[in-house]
Design a protein around this ligand. Structure first.
Ligand SMILES: [Zn+2]
Length: 405
């Protein structure tokens, strides 16, 4: 038994932070949470004194790629790497996220199932790392966001990609991913910024292709995510039953209405364009990536504001791995969301309770309540007053085990 004395406690339910609270931990689970007056600490409990800190549930990043880390132009380099090396990188980068207070990650796209391998190594205790949901390769059309952009005579191992061009192929790819241990299926509903020759505004996978993959996931109770920037692709993904829209750069009123009706989450990833615009071509980012970022950025910010105002469910995601978007710096996304008008407590919920709900893990993580995993972090200061303090996490516990602090 462990007992944490908390200066302040934010339990992830959205209420006013509780002063002088106690969290009791039995093995890997939370046993009791409450005010010092109400929770009796058993004499044998090991005391952890965080009475000068604010204690929160472990944070969750719903959009990372653990195989990479901030490289300005990774495409060719990625193709020269062995898949086992990608998996080794994935455990190392996932650990950076864990140390930064992100006890749960959703990896939405890796080449060659390296994410699934990393997750297994962590779950089997071979490496220390966060809890992970993993998607394997992103389902993409030929020439789409997720396919390679190499010349036809350059052979790319099809196992690195999940290129599909019909509902049957989408169904088969989804089944294969699920067979190999994918927790969710990720698909490209539109073009993107960092894929040469694709248009962020243009739809890619058809409604029928997405529906086929989504239905396969649903049969096993699994969720789905769509890389979706352009308006039409967003709407078709929502209509097909997608769990979350990633990026959502060109949302119109109808798209927002559809997301509200279907309970679709938005994972904004404001970090990704921010860093690309900040570092630009001078930073070594390909010209097309910088150009397209500038085309989508303003609308991206506005879409986030409109969706938030309308009450669309928002889960935090960084797109960590994209240029200069480093693992371990994840909480910067919360600052960008707050700077765009989100209330600090809503930003905290987007990386705790809401994120857990998007992942279907609401019974296990996201809030500090009896019976949930003891995934706990602590910071100096009060994130409700200054969201930036979450960028300096001082204490990390995962499942009752001390990771940092
Ligand atoms: Zn991404």
């Amino acid at each position: 038994m462990k007992a944490i004395k908390c200066g302040k406690l934010i339990d992830g339910q959205g209420g006013t932070p509780l002063e002088n609270a106690v969290v009791l931990i039995d093995e890997d689970k939370v046993k009791a949470v409450g005010s010092e007056k109400d929770v009796a600490i058993p004499p044998e409990a090991q005391m952890i004194d965080l009475s000068d800190k604010t204690v929160l549930p472990g944070m969750i990043d719903c959009h990372v790629h653990t195989y990479g880390n901030g490289d300005p132009a990774p495409e060719l380099k990625n193709l020269k790497e062995l898949i086992p090396y990608k998996a080794l990188k994935a455990v190392a980068y996932a650990k950076l996220d864990l140390d930064a207070g992100f006890t749960t990650l959703r990896d939405v796209g890796a080449s060659g199932f390296s994410d699934i391998a990393a997750k297994k190594a962590i779950d089997n205790g071979l490496h220390v790392g966060p809890r992970m949901q993993v998607s394997g390769p992103i389902l993409s059309i030929t020439g789409g966001h997720g396919d390679s952009q190499l010349a036809p005579h350059v052979e790319v191992d099809p196992e690195l990609r999940a290129v599909v061009n019909s509902p049957d192929e989408a169904r088969k790819a989804a089944r294969k991913h699920l067979k190999h241990g994918a927790d969710l299926i990720k698909m490209a509903a539109t073009g993107g910024v960092l894929s040469e020759g694709t248009e962020p505004g243009a739809q890619q996978l058809s409604y029928e292709e997405m529906k086929a993959a989504i239905d396969e996931a649903k049969k096993l109770g699994k969720r789905t995510a769509a890389h979706a920037q352009g308006t039409q692709g967003i709407k078709e993904a929502v209509r097909a039953g997608i769990s979350s829209i990633e990026h959502g750069c060109f949302l119109d009123d109808e798209a927002i209405e559809m997301m509200l009706e279907n309970g679709t989450y938005l994972v904004p990833t404001l970090c990704a364009p921010y860093y690309i615009a900040e570092h630009g071509i001078e930073g070594g980012i390909p010209e097309y990536g910088v150009r397209k970022t500038k085309q989508v950025m303003e609308s991206h910010g506005q879409s986030f504001k409109d969706a938030y105002k309308a009450g669309v469910k928002i889960a935090m995601g960084t797109d960590a791995a994209t240029p200069f978007n480093y693992h371990g710096k994840n909480a910067f996304e919360l600052q960008l969301m707050v700077e765009a008008g989100m209330k600090t407590m809503d930003a905290i919920l987007s990386t705790t309770k809401n994120a857990a709900e998007l992942m279907g893990l609401e019974d296990k993580v996201g809030t500090l309540e009896p019976g949930k995993w003891a995934d706990i972090i602590a910071v100096d200061g009060n994130p409700v007053e200054d969201i930036k303090v979450l960028q300096e996490v001082k204490f990390v516990m995962k499942g009752g085990e001390l990771i940092k602090g």
